[in-house]
Design a protein around this ligand. Structure first.
Ligand SMILES: CC(C)(COP(=O)(O)OP(=O)(O)OC[C@H]1O[C@@H](n2cnc3c(N)ncnc32)[C@H](O)[C@@H]1OP(=O)(O)O)[C@@H](O)C(=O)NCCC(=O)NCCS
Length: 169
């Protein structure tokens, strides 16, 4: 079960992701540029975003809507815990809200929760090797490259290499 706390810092509220965030999240997930390096293609219908939220809630230890003041979901941040000592982040933000520091604040808030309340020893992000924005975000948050993974994923772009970025508690 997902038990997600609301986390706040100046200029950001991470609140629990809910099914009715689908319409707002569709703005990000239906954008081919936003989805370019992600595993799934851009959504073409709202039901895909509804299913995506249901899947996120089912598989995550915590799943947040990324908001400014607690209302509209400008993006979503998920924390999976595949092993008791390991957390994995997945993040997406709509194009109009990118480049304003929201991603960094979101990762910093969720990192404190993951290392503290959840008690993981290591946090990871698996990132397409050419995803400069995501690599830059996690580097800025203090993550380091732990591995280059060859032919790690298949997306609309073909067979892709990834970098695994890690941060230790
Ligand atoms: C990756 C993503 C979440 C970053 O969120 P954001 O809110 O735009 O990032 P921020 O504004 O907080 O930027 C934080 C740092 O990331 C880096 N960064 C952000 N955008 C960047 C870009 N386009 N190129 C290179 N570095 C970038 C910078 O170091 C920045 O710090 P700085 O502004 O002090 O230089 C966002 O670009 C996104 O949603 N991309 C599409 C989905 C995606 O690829 N998700 C990740 C899958 S692993």
């Amino acid at each position: 079960m997902t038990v997600t706390p609301t986390l706040t810092a100046p200029g950001i509220v991470l609140r629990p992701l809910i099914p009715t965030d689908a319409a707002a999240l569709f703005i990000a997930l239906s954008d081919p540029d936003v989805q370019l390096y992600r595993r799934a293609p851009a959504h073409t219908a709202l039901f895909e975003t509804q299913a995506y939220i249901a899947d996120t809630l089912a598989k995550s230890r915590a799943a947040w809507a990324i908001t400014i003041e607690g209302s509209e979901a400008l993006g979503r941040l998920a924390l999976r815990v595949p092993q008791p000592d390991t957390g994995e982040f997945g993040i997406v933000i709509r194009a109009a809200a990118q480049g304003r520091g929201l991603g960094l604040k979101a990762i910093q808030l969720a990192e404190d929760f993951a290392f503290g309340d959840v008690g993981v020893r290591v946090l990871r992000a698996n990132i397409d090797i050419e995803n400069a924005a995501s690599r830059g975000l996690f580097a800025r948050a203090g993550f380091q490259i732990a591995a280059h993974l060859t032919a790690d994923r298949t997306t609309d772009l073909g067979v892709r290499d990834s970098v695994l970025m890690e941060k230790l508690r």
